[in-house]
Design a protein around this ligand. Structure first.
Ligand code: GLC
Length: 520
């Protein structure tokens, strides 16, 4: 039996992250927006993705470019209007694409009406929406936690009341207090608001941080210098997640995705947020994002990740780039490796996440000091997407950040229809994945391989279409490797060439080559 009907949509989907400021500019102000995105939706349809995840588009002072939310149930004018949002959802659905929204539960903007009211006085009815503490006995911050950006304490003194408020990120991002039932209720209403507007799920920002509990103990010595957002904040998060999961499931479990950005480096802790199938549906695995491009390192990571997910009965996820880290072309140092990495990402068992522009092979922009905007130093990976084959990629002189290197050559216009381009490589891979249920849902087995090569098999009994057994072999090195891949019908890989590719049945992988082969 082909079990395609038994899995939720996010098991078989490829989810594409949109960073709206940098995707497409509809009104020429140099900042991407929803009308621009709507206009460029055909790019996503032609690419062959299944769902898009939008980084925040809510009203925001933009201290953290939208991750400082001032109103959870509206659209920032820089991005458009609620009507633009509705039009986008309708068009996406019309094109068969799901829409996932960023949801920022750990903190709000300091300009959010809740915080404005909370800081008014210690007796404010909303005081407990946030985390306030008296100074430590000798004065100074209440504990030793550090904020995420710029080695500062995670506490800011509110002069008026003499109390400190907690912010795991910028002082402009005060942490919400999820021990306060009204926070839980109001933040649940936010989910309901967007589900009623038709969205298909949420990516919950640093969601592991929400359940801090009342004690807020000092970080142990070995963690004391690190940002407090990367360590465990206690069991309260699990209860919050079970609650959010019930809200997201509603009376239609399987319709809406709850995906967590659980940016912790302890694997068991990360898996713990999947609960017993009653917390997050999916959690990002960032360990692979920080792994170097090395076959042995990846094999080790894959083994641990699959064993861990199997143990808790959860579905894995894979990601190579996002808006917080250098792009993988930049990290791995070559486009050839990035091509092989794309084959890997899109043929492993688990939901792949793409970040806008990786399908063009973009590297990080070089941002001169006078143009630096992000307090977290992440501008380079957030450069605008080049659409036209011009130096400005169609953005004009007002683009909010510099364009990526070689923007014209890496533009959609320059790459579309060119078989050797990264864009056509991604299109072929996505089409292959879609046509091959074994790649979407099949079991995975890691195989022995020569040094420098990673090799695995995907298998699915009686698939509705495509082969039942597919082998993938990836050469992580810059040298040819013999006896690296099984002979069979070549379905795809890093070497383009249409039907000629299909005849390549040798067992040697070229430098940086990845190959996908159907076995008979
Ligand atoms: C997440 C986001 C990042 C943001 C931070 C604070 O890590 O991905 O962009 O700065 O949370 O909201």
């Amino acid at each position: 039996m082909d079990p395609s009907d038994d899995v939720p949509w996010w098991h078989t989907a490829v989810i594409y992250q949109i960073y709206p400021r940098s995707f497409a500019d509809g009104d020429g102000d140099g900042i991407g927006d929803l009308p621009g995105l709507l206009e460029h939706l055909p790019h996503l349809v032609d690419l062959g993705i299944d769902a898009l995840w939008l980084s925040p588009v809510y009203p925001s002072p933009m201290a953290d470019f939208g991750y400082d939310v001032a109103d959870h149930c509206a659209i920032d004018p820089v991005f458009g209007t609620l009507a633009d949002f509705d039009a986008l959802v309708a068009a996406a659905h019309g094109a068969g694409l799901k829409v996932v929204l960023d949801y920022v539960p750990n903190h709000t903007s300091d300009r959010h009406p809740w915080f404005v009211e909370a800081r008014r006085s210690v007796d404010s009815p909303r005081r407990d929406h946030y985390v306030w503490r008296d100074p430590a006995p000798g004065g100074g911050p209440p504990n030793n936690w550090r904020a995420a950006f710029g080695d500062e304490p995670a506490w800011t003194l509110d002069e008026a009341s003499g109390q400190y408020y907690l912010h795991l990120f910028l002082p402009e991002q005060p942490d919400l207090n999820w021990d306060e039932p009204r926070v839980v209720e109001e933040m649940s209403d936010v989910l309901r608001f967007w589900m009623a507007r038709g969205v298909d799920g949420f990516r919950a920002d640093v969601v592991h941080c929400i359940g801090k509990g009342p004690e807020l103990p000092d970080a142990p010595d070995e963690l004391a210098g690190l940002p407090a957002c990367i360590f465990d904040h206690g069991p309260g998060t699990h209860e919050c997640l079970r609650h959010l999961r019930r809200v997201v499931d509603g009376d239609e479990p399987g319709a809406h995705l709850l995906l967590g950005e659980t940016a912790v480096f302890d694997r068991d802790q990360q898996l713990s947020y999947l609960g017993l199938g009653d917390e997050l549906h999916l959690a990002f695995n960032f360990l692979i994002l920080h792994a170097q491009w090395d076959a042995a390192v990846w094999r080790h990571e894959l083994e641990l990740a699959y064993a861990g997910h199997d143990r808790v009965g959860a579905w894995p996820t894979w990601v190579l780039s996002n808006h917080d880290l250098p792009r993988h072309v930049t990290r791995y140092g070559s486009e050839a490796r990035a091509r092989a990495a794309a084959v890997t990402l899109l043929t492993l068992r688990g939901t792949p996440f793409l970040y806008q522009g990786e399908e063009l092979g973009l590297a990080d922009a070089v941002v001169p000091p006078e143009r630096v905007l992000d307090p977290g130093g992440r501008d380079g990976c957030r450069a605008p997407i080049p659409w036209t084959a011009t130096d400005d990629g169609g953005w004009g002189p007002r683009a909010w950040l510099p364009m990526p290197p070689d923007a014209a050559a890496h533009s959609v216009a320059a790459e579309a229809g060119v078989p050797t381009s990264m864009l056509e490589h991604y299109r072929r891979l996505l089409a292959l994945r879609r046509a091959t249920p074994a790649l979407q849902r099949g079991a995975i087995e890691l195989l022995d391989a020569p040094t420098g090569v990673l090799r695995w098999r995907r298998s699915l009994e009686h698939p509705a279409t495509g082969p039942a057994v597919v082998e993938v072999a990836v050469n992580f090195t810059g040298d040819a490797v013999a006896d690296a891949v099984s002979a069979g019908t070549v379905l795809g890989g890093t070497v383009p060439g249409g039907s000629a590719t299909l005849d390549r049945a040798g067992r040697t992988l070229g430098p940086d080559e990845a190959r996908v082969v159907a076995l008979h």
